[in-house]
Design a protein around this ligand. Structure first.
Ligand SMILES: [Ca+2]
Length: 544
């Protein structure tokens, strides 16, 4: 037996033990005791430059070559390639034009964890000492990183497919009777990718990450919350945007919508309501509600303040009114409310997400729209384990018991964030009021549940509602905030985000409208003078 001389490298949440023996054994003793093997050369790197503290602010450069990195041995982690890009030709992100093309020189690392969890890690030539990981959307199913372009600002950044392939992100046959795939999707793949990325970063630069961040939206917003709940040592700061707080509750809402909007499964190509009718409904909501916040601007600053009576909409049929009321109310059964309904003002995206029949989706997915697809696929493969399950005869009375098992694997609604708080973590949650697919009322419910357990919640957790902003961005309201910088100032400098300025950016890159945003439950209101397009004219009333 080889006697091991070990050296310890402290990484947030894990301890690496590396020896100078060729292909020695090492152990990561962390939250899940994931074992890792690293080679002696890596240990030497760790023992050398890692010991010298890097001055704050200096860019850190690599200590290995891409070829050496490809030879790095991590147990159950296989690095498939490490390629250098010089940054002279901008690299776009297929399928996500919102991500700025990458222009920073960097090494792109591709790898696989546990045989199925594919990941990508970008290592900039000039590193700012920070690791920033991004989340995915829908059922993920391809390597996804919401903040891939953070490499341009010097972050090492990673993303994962969460352990399965689903190119559209809307199908879930991969989850059929596959507990490992379900757990990977639910939370474990993000955690394991974070650990692997940190170990590779430490080897590459010869020192550990100074700060670690996570930023996800939609499914990625749920990934963000579940990281804080299950793996509180993984990240120093987390941003959860428009999150899937509760997969099973969201599936209930989508199933309930399908029952109301597509009652006949043989006629899913024929919606019961038209896009023009939903546009008209949105206009009627704005006519009644818009000015209640003091500004007629096509934006509802707090839709909960408005009372809108669907029965007055005589141009809708009783069947249409019943289905639309169900969307506003959310799913319920004799046990009570299952999931919150949709807020007033979000109707503008309902046709696309829940109520319409898009020929493209019908051809590709055999479903009329993304909300229908995601909801019914979830029921088939996570709850009933039956590809032929028929939604149209389902009785919502059994929902809580039917969905319980899936909820224990996937839901990100545990309100106990005490371990994350104790580890020094900071959490930002934001949600747009005009979100068509995911109701912001679920985010309010989660924040208030956490607050019930921890009245001093604002010490480490801030929640922002953005008026007029759609799912993950866009819409009539100012949607741009440099969230990663806001979080960084809180984590690294202790400057808590008391007041934010959100901007709306036009095609030329200019800010056309700005709004002041305060953490929930505070809300800025128009002071009555000056332009309603300028944040400085929106203030916190004395009553708050
Ligand atoms: Ca308004």
């Amino acid at each position: 037996m080889v006697a091991l001389r070990t050296k310890r490298l402290m990484i947030p949440g894990i301890v690496l033990l590396c020896s100078s023996a060729e292909w020695s054994h090492s152990v990561i003793a962390g939250a899940d005791n994931v074992p890792v093997v690293c080679c002696g050369s890596v240990a030497a790197v760790i023992e050398g430059p890692a010991a010298a503290a890097e001055p704050e602010g200096r860019k850190i450069t690599p200590k290995l070559t891409p070829v050496e990195l490809e030879q790095l041995q991590l147990l159950d982690v296989h690095i498939t390639s490490a390629r250098h890009f010089d940054g002279r030709k901008p690299i776009r992100t297929p399928g996500n034009p919102a991500i700025t093309p990458m222009t920073a020189a960097h090494v792109k690392v591709d790898g696989v964890i546990g045989g199925t969890i594919q990941f990508e890690l970008l290592l900039p030539d000039e590193w700012n000492g920070r690791f920033a990981m991004g989340g995915g959307g829908g059922f993920v199913g391809r390597v996804s990183n919401l903040i891939r372009d953070s490499v341009n600002n010097g972050y090492a950044t990673a993303g994962t497919d969460t352990g399965h392939q689903s190119p559209s992100g809307r199908t879930a046959a991969w989850a059929l009777d596959h507990l490992e795939a379900q757990v990977n999707y639910g939370h474990l793949a993000i955690h394991r990718t974070a650990l692997a990325a940190k170990a590779i970063i430490s080897a590459w630069y010869g020192r550990e990450s100074r700060y670690c961040y996570f930023f996800g939206c939609s499914t990625g917003g749920g990934q963000a919350l579940i990281e804080a709940q299950r793996y509180p040592a993984d990240f120093d700061g987390i941003i959860s945007a428009a999150p899937v707080v509760q997969h099973t509750g969201l599936a209930a809402a989508r199933l309930y919508n399908a029952l109301k909007l597509f009652p006949d499964p043989a006629r899913i190509e024929t919606p019961i309501i038209t896009e023009e009718q939903l546009t008209k409904l949105n206009e009627e909501v704005l006519r009644v509600c818009d000015e209640q916040d003091g500004v007629r601007d096509g934006i509802l600053d707090d839709p909960r303040q408005c009372r809108f009576d669907l029965t007055q909409m005589e141009w809708l049929t009783p069947t249409q009114r019943d289905a639309l009321q169900a969307l506003y109310d959310g799913p319920a059964n004799e046990s009570g409310q299952i999931y919150p309904g949709m807020p007033l003002g979000s109707e503008g995206r309902w046709y696309l997400w829940k109520a319409g029949a898009n020929p493209g989706y019908l051809t590709r997915d055999k479903y009329p729209n993304p909300g229908f697809a995601l909801g019914i696929e979830f029921c088939k493969y996570f709850i009933f384990n039956d590809p032929n399950w028929d939604y149209s005869s389902y009785d919502m009375a059994n929902w809580q018991s039917d969905s319980h098992r899936a909820g224990t694997l996937l839901n990100a609604n545990n309100p106990d964030l005490s371990r994350f708080r104790e580890s020094g973590g900071k959490l930002i949650l934001w949600h747009g009021w005009n979100d068509g697919p995911l109701t912001p009322l679920a985010s309010i419910e989660y924040y208030e549940n956490v607050e019930r357990l921890d009245p001093e919640i604002r010490d480490f957790f801030r929640f922002y509602l953005l008026p007029g902003v759609r799912h993950c961005g866009g819409g009539p309201g100012p949607d741009r905030v440099d969230w990663l910088s806001v979080l960084g100032r809180w984590v690294e400098e202790g400057i808590a985000p008391e007041r934010l300025i959100a901007s709306k950016i036009d095609a030329a890159g200019n800010a056309t409208t700005t709004r002041t945003i305060y953490p929930y439950p505070l809300r800025a209101v128009y002071n009555g003078t000056g332009s309603t397009d300028e944040a400085e004219n929106f203030v916190l009333p004395a009553s708050q």
